[in-house]
Write a protein that binds this ligand. Structure first.
Ligand SMILES: Nc1nc2c(c(=O)[nH]1)N[C@H]1C(S)=C(S)[C@@H](COP(=O)(O)OP(=O)(O)OC[C@H]3O[C@@H](n4cnc5c(=O)[nH]c(N)nc54)[C@H](O)[C@@H]3O)O[C@H]1N2
Ligand SMILES: Nc1nc2c(c(=O)[nH]1)N[C@H]1C(S)=C(S)[C@@H](COP(=O)(O)OP(=O)(O)OC[C@H]3O[C@@H](n4cnc5c(=O)[nH]c(N)nc54)[C@H](O)[C@@H]3O)O[C@H]1N2
Ligand code: SF4
Ligand SMILES: [Mo]
Length: 765
């Protein structure tokens, strides 16, 4: 391979497809191709990856910044920034306790190293509070998984490509992916006459257009649709009795709840013909294999956590689980999330709103309530890393006001984001192509993989990688020394003779005599073992070495199935070396389907179907319809606030010029609604919610039904030489923090009530 072609991954969605990057002598990405050696994406790319130069070459942060009393920023040195932040953290910890400090982010779609090392800063502050974007989408799922499978970090993947009957529920894989090679796979399922593709969506999406059966559900009414499907199955005795008896507990307890579902009434509420419910229920029951893929359409929507439960019951009571062509639990080299105990059992809650953690995460929707209050135990400091709460969390104004109220706010990012603009300190990070990175979105079965990415560009001057930033803050807080010369020497020897286990032994002895350092294993590893690795930039990869040895303890047989000859400790070393040197990523284990049942974390290895809170919620469903109807009067439209399109990728690329089409991010509106408001294609309108307002350009289409408006997220970022007319609208001006799931606090972004007014374009400038 010639010198200027480098291997990495696309960082614009959680697929992280492997890429081959061609660069010119100034480091511009002149051509980007799919990497066929990547074990999962195998050369696949979508159109977004070709525009990654707009990420790497964007307007970057080039110095630590400190806010002055007049509100503007001044450039300061790293030493000053780190010491001032460390001193303030120590002061806040000493005065109010560590629980007055929170951390937000720790990873976008391509970077999780910061999140791993951010845990060390949280340890130094003694705070459990990790706010995450995942807690505005997936925590309802995690909570339900905890009950069904035993732990909140058990996750399943779906064999969309192998199943005979496929349901895509509240997801649009043709645009958003969500599983590897989504486009060719959906196209194959759609074309194959032996297979059936069912799409449940409120819009006739790119995926819905390919469906054999399109169930056009009314916004937020999926719980009724799912309950009707389950009701029909149970009332007709169509559940898989053998599977239920062998693999599950609790069916007798849940059965009466579905025997009582008024199927035709619920179908009507969901806006679906009863005959379609019957057809799809029978289709699922009688199919040899069924896979269900769901995403934000049911997560950021009414009854989010209940939807998660009902969607899982659909494949569980029909026996489509843990077999080829169905949904299946998978392993993780390093789990993306943890497991939180319920508060009654000693689980942590937040200080002000008493929200429980789920998967050890706390939800963005409560963040302003925990900060912007006079409560003596309120949050007083926030460290933000690779997330942009002011733009991406619900209620932009409330998030900004909360950040401005903090005694200490620090943003670690590559760009001057909306959140950085409101913070006191801004620290410039290296981009994802300038350091070693990895994500933990390795959600595959039966073969799972890991991709540790090597840098492909020289770091921009005066930037640091996140592990180094955390290391410096923790040492400046006086928690531990900066380096460990003796351990480092031992690590170097250990790398020459790994089987002597010199380093693990020395590390054990060191922490025995210095128990305080036990809190910071990753930082010690980074400065000793990590420094001894063969690449100068590989220090953060040191924790992967520990993860490999732990993975071997659990899955030795499954790793060896890939052809490794080593056993035990030697296998851990071999796996680590393979990951470290495989620039395109590598497979890490291969399971049999029967072995997937060992991944259940309940002691009896069965799925526990009964979740009393969910059954109660199901019983209460009819009351909710009346409440929602009341709310709808004042704001006649349902806004889908955050549609995945060809050229949005959360907030990862800020320069609007990256978009080849849909440059303003139009609002989709049905022709009859447009006519009623006298709106013509391309007219600008004002949307007003109970929280705020914005202006947006329209596009008239019957892709959306009457009464539904749809706009993208990932627009509206300030960027040099661009104004309001070219950056698009800031979606979260409209989203209220209190419109969210009662249990998981995930926002109802797909069900934002708004009213519409026509505006003259001249008002914009
Ligand atoms: N192009 C692009 N791809 C992305 C991203 C991106 O920013 N841009 N972001 C990535 C991220 S972070 C995520 S989480 C995923 C999300 O991926 P998806 O969830 O697949 O994407 P969305 O477009 O947000 O929403 C999915 C679908 O839900 C539908 N929907 C809305 N309301 C309802 C409802 O009440 N019921 C049902 N059944 N459907 C409804 C919408 O019409 C939409 O088609 O995408 C990832 N991929
Ligand atoms: N209304 C509405 N809001 C939404 C959504 C929606 O559909 N509708 N979707 C939600 C979803 S599903 C998600 S996942 C969130 C995503 O929202 P966020 O959690 O905010 O995630 P990203 O947009 O990925 O944020 C990436 C940030 O990381 C920075 N960054 C990029 N590379 C690096 C790096 O190497 N180091 C550091 N330190 N920073 C870096 C980028 O500049 C950017 O500021 O948005 C959510 N918000
Ligand atoms: S945006 Fe496209 S190319 Fe990039 S990771 Fe996602 S699916 Fe792959
Ligand atoms: Mo997401």
């Amino acid at each position: 391979m010639s010198e200027n072609i480098q291997v990495s991954a696309c960082i614009l969605c959680n697929q992280n497809c492997g890429i081959l990057v061609h660069q010119d002598h100034e480091g511009n990405y002149t051509k980007i191709l799919g990497d066929e050696a990547h074990p999962v994406s195998e050369g696949y790319l979508c159109q977004k990856a070709t525009r990654l130069n707009y990420y790497q070459k964007q307007a970057r942060l080039t110095s630590p910044l400190r806010r002055k009393s007049d509100g503007t920023f001044e450039e300061i040195s790293w030493e000053t920034a780190i010491q001032e932040i460390a001193d303030k953290l120590v002061h806040i910890c000493d005065t109010y306790g560590g629980k007055s400090i929170a951390y937000a982010g720790g990873g976008g779609q391509g970077n999780h190293m910061g999140g791993v090392f951010g845990a060390m800063l949280r340890a130094a502050c003694d705070t459990p509070y990790l706010y995450s974007a995942l807690a505005q989408e997936k925590t309802g799922n995690f909570w339900v998984n905890g009950h069904l499978f035993g732990k909140q970090n058990t996750n399943y993947c779906e064999a969309v490509g192998e199943a005979e009957y496929v349901m895509i529920l509240g997801a649009n894989p043709i645009q958003a992916h969500g599983f590897p090679k989504a486009r060719p796979i959906i196209n194959e399922v759609a074309r194959n006459k032996e297979k059936t593709l069912v799409v449940v969506d409120v819009r006739r999406t790119e995926t819905a257009k390919k469906a054999d059966i399109f169930m056009q559900v009314k916004p937020g009414k999926d719980a009724f649709l799912l309950a009707a499907l389950l009701g029909y199955i149970v009332q007709n005795g169509l559940e898989n009795k053998e599977f239920i008896a062998e693999r599950t507990t609790g069916f007798d307890q849940i059965k009466p709840h579905f025997e009582n579902i008024p199927v035709s009434e619920y179908a009507k509420i969901a806006g679906i013909d009863e005959s379609q419910i019957i057809k799809v229920a029978n289709g699922i029951v009688h199919a040899e294999t069924f896979a269900l893929r769901s995403d934000l359409g049911i997560e950021q929507s009414h009854n989010s956590t209940l939807n998660a439960y009902l969607a899982r019951l659909l494949f569980l009571i029909t026996g489509h689980f843990g077999r080829e062509g169905t949904n299946c639990l998978h392993t993780a080299l390093f789990p993306l999330v943890g497991h939180s105990k319920e508060p009654e059992k000693g689980g942590v809650v937040t200080q002000v709103t008493k929200m429980k953690g789920i998967g050890k995460l706390f939800p963005p929707n409560i963040l302003p309530l925990e900060i912007d209050t006079d409560h003596p135990k309120r949050l007083r400091a926030l460290i933000v890393d690779s997330t942009n709460p002011v733009a991406t969390y619900a209620d932009t104004k409330a998030q900004r006001k909360a950040i401005e109220k903090l005694e200490l706010s620090v943003v670690i990012d590559v760009a001057l984001t909306e959140t950085a603009q409101a913070a006191q300190y801004v620290l410039p990070a290296q981009s994802q192509y300038e350091k070693m990175e990895a994500t933990f979105f390795n959600l595959e079965f039966p073969k799972n993989f890991f991709h540790l990415r090597h840098p492909i560009n020289k770091p921009l001057e005066n930037t640091l990688d996140e592990p180094e930033i955390y290391h410096r803050i923790v040492t400046a807080m006086g928690e531990m020394p900066q380096s460990f010369p003796i351990l480092y020497q031992i690590a170097k020897l250990d790398r020459r003779f790994p089987m002597l286990k010199l380093f693990p032994t020395a590390l054990g002895i060191t922490t025995f005599f210095r128990p305080k350092w036990k809190k910071y294993p990753l930082l010690i590893l980074k400065e000793t073992f990590g420094k001894a690795l063969p690449y100068p930039y590989a220090k953060p990869a040191s924790f992967i070495w520990t993860a490999c040895h732990m993975y071997v303890k659990k899955y030795e047989k499954q790793i060896r199935r890939l052809g490794y000859k080593e056993k035990g400790y030697a296998l851990g070393e071999a796996l680590f070396n393979k990951i470290l040197t495989s620039k395109s990523g590598t497979l890490i284990s291969e399971h049999t389907y029967e072995e997937s049942w060992d991944l259940i974390r309940h002691k009896d290895k069965k799925i526990h179907l009964e979740i009393p809170e969910m059954l109660q919620w199901l019983a209460d469903l009819p009351n909710k319809v009346a409440q929602e109807a009341k709310h709808a009067c004042k704001y006649p439209f349902n806004l889908l606030a955050g549609e995945r399109r060809s050229y949005n990728a959360n907030t990862i690329i800020r320069n609007p010029e990256w978009r080849k089409k849909d440059t303003e991010g139009v609002l989709k509106i049905h022709p009859e609604d447009a006519a009623e408001y006298n709106v013509e294609n391309g007219d600008w309108v004002k949307l007003i919610s109970k929280t705020g307002q914005l202006k947006i350009k329209t596009w008239i289409t019957d892709e959306v039904p009457q009464g539904l408006l749809s706009m993208p997220h990932g627009y509206g970022f300030t960027y040099p030489e661009h104004d309001e007319t070219t950056i698009g609208a800031k979606v979260n001006m409209l989203t209220p923090i209190d419109e969210c799931d009662p249990l998981a606090k995930t926002p109802y972004h797909k069900n934002v009530r708004v009213k519409l007014e026509k505006v003259a374009q001249v008002e914009l400038v």
